[in-house]
Design a protein around this ligand. Structure first.
Ligand SMILES: Cc1cc2nc3c(=O)[nH]c(=O)nc-3n(C[C@H](O)[C@H](O)[C@H](O)COP(=O)(O)OP(=O)(O)OC[C@H]3O[C@@H](n4cnc5c(N)ncnc54)[C@H](O)[C@@H]3O)c2cc1C
Length: 485
């Protein structure tokens, strides 16, 4: 992604060398995304149907969270708004008012166009006309990470990127300022440069191995530190959403692709062994396993400095939180766009690094808080992990938001928040954090015919979804992968 985006922006004026090692390989997971990936692809001029076909991808309308609040309960985090705006007050204010007054309008999921489509297994692109209910949702993709990487590698090479196969064995620094001078490969070849982007994954070969930028550990809030992943045979109906099922010591993902289903159990090593995690994962598959389980280890947190001297870390080398809300690829893409916006010249002003680090830290922390909310807001007491999460203290920035929501149902969000109000509403309500009273503004508007409007919204959703094609048919018609032939 970095080489592709830089080559697209900088053209051949700047020589970009991409060093990769097939012997080391990639982490090989990372298959679910969030809607901003569409902007990234569009910026690169990538046609959507080509992209979905080439990556054996599918469409994603949100995430179904199963057993997170309590075993047996589920909710949906949609990529879109709830209901439709029919007044000056957000729809969910009215929903909370009605709910608190005992005039149960139905679960909030029932007012999400994404969930209406997802639960029916349907897909269509959103419409532009904001008066239509079909304009109230957004979408992202699931895809095969290896195929996406190959696709972007070809893209980058066509734009002049030179790819070098080899293993970096040494990183040399300049004596006068500690900048990285060159990297040396296992065959003795050296590659020098003015600027280095460390995309070496968890190793952080340059940013940590050479520059020792340091790491802020977030395990006390995001305690999972292992994952075991396995692909399974595809299902006939490709569901247009990710599923996340809470388990005793973590949670299991299910990501439907055209040619297979991706599965993994993210877990906490303090509460389960890797072997038991693998058995739990295999027992919870809805298809036949297609490979041996792969084990991954990580430490949640972020680099103290993402950009240090003439090196910026992008990807897992910069930090890792949780795949829970599919934010890693997004952080990569925004890291790249931020680098492009703050592109250094040979003067390499430290102010650029300072600003990059400031913005990136804030973005990581905003996402971190949203992820922690999922762990904290549980009513489960059936295992050590969930008992720990229920009682753990959370960052002040998150506690502040929870307190405001609990008190009077208002969302106090930073306007740069990646996850906007409906996302927070989904997790609060889905996991049992309810306000004591509805926002005052909704209580002042008794004259608005809310019940009628809600019924009309529900009817419009049903009608719209009835007209849509099954997701699998949509893919077969517009972007079928040759791998399914
Ligand atoms: C369990 C799990 C699930 C995830 N799920 C999601 C998800 O659903 N959605 C999402 O957005 N993200 C997800 N992620 C994150 C996502 O996988 C990564 O952000 C993404 O794959 C990018 O990884 P990377 O390129 O930084 O690192 P890697 O994939 O590890 O790539 C590192 C690269 O550096 C090269 N390299 C390393 N050392 C050397 C060396 N010495 N010499 C030469 N080359 C070297 C390797 O060959 C490789 O090409 C998940 C991560 C994990 C662990």
């Amino acid at each position: 992604m970095t080489a592709a985006a830089l080559s697209d922006t900088l053209g051949r004026q700047c020589q970009i060398v991409l060093v990769e090692s097939e012997a080391i390989g990639t982490v090989g997971v990372g298959e679910a995304t969030i809607p901003p990936i569409r902007n990234f692809n569009q910026r690169l001029g990538i046609d959507e149907a080509t992209f979905v076909r080439e990556t054996a991808g599918s469409y994603k309308l949100g995430i179904q969270f199963v057993d997170w609040k309590q075993v047996g309960q589920s909710y949906f985090h949609p990529f879109g708004q709830y209901g439709a705006e029919f007044d000056k007050v957000p729809f969910y204010h009215y929903w909370m008012r009605e709910n608190l007054a005992g005039r149960l309008p139905g679960p909030i999921d029932e007012f999400s166009m994404c969930w209406a489509m997802a639960s029916a297994g349907k897909f269509a692109h959103p419409e532009r006309d904001r008066r239509k209910i079909q304009s109230t949702f957004d979408y992202a993709y699931h895809f095969d990470a290896g195929l996406y990487a190959g696709f972007l590698r070809r893209y980058a090479e066509q734009r002049g990127v030179i790819r070098v196969e080899g293993k970096v064995e040494r990183v040399a620094r300049r004596g006068e300022n500690g900048f990285i001078d060159f990297v040396m490969l296992d065959n003795g070849e050296t590659i020098d440069g003015e600027f280095f982007v460390d995309c070496s994954g968890f190793r952080g070969l340059l940013i940590e191995g050479a520059l020792e930028a340091g790491y802020e550990n977030w395990q006390k809030w995001l305690p999972c530190d292992r994952a075991v992943a396995v692909p399974s045979s595809k299902q006939d109906a490709i569901t247009p959403y990710t599923r996340s099922t809470a388990k005793a010591a973590g949670w299991q993902w299910r990501i439907p692709l055209q040619h297979r289903t991706g599965n993994g159990y993210v877990h906490c090593s303090e509460f389960i062994s890797e072997e038991d995690a693998a058995s739990t994962l295999l027992a919870g598959l809805d298809g036949v396993p297609q490979a041996e389980p792969r084990f991954l280890r990580f430490v949640t947190g972020r680099r103290n400095k993402f950009w240090d001297r003439n090196c910026v870390a992008i990807g897992l080398s910069a930090g890792f939180m949780e795949p829970l809300e599919s934010t890693s690829l997004h952080l990569i893409q925004y890291g790249i766009l931020r680098l492009i916006a703050l592109l250094p010249d040979t003067a390499m002003s430290p102010l650029l690094a300072q600003e990059y680090n400031k913005q990136t830290t804030a973005e990581y922390e905003r996402i971190r808080d949203f992820l922690i909310l999922h762990y904290k807001a549980t009513e489960r007491e059936d295992s050590e992990l969930w008992r720990y999460c229920r009682s753990m203290s959370v960052p002040d920035s998150l506690q502040y938001k929870i307190d405001h929501f609990r008190e009077y149902g208002l969302l106090v969000s930073d306007e740069r928040e990646l996850f906007s109000n409906p996302s927070w509403i989904a997790v609060y309500l889905g996991q049992g954090i309810y306000p004591k009273r509805a926002p005052a503004i909704a209580q002042q508007r008794d004259h608005v015919p809310v019940t009628d409007r809600m019924s009309a919204i529900r009817a419009a959703m049903t009608e719209a979804v009835d007209e849509m094609q099954p997701h699998s048919d949509f893919i077969a018609r517009h972007c079928a992968s040759p791998l399914t032939a």
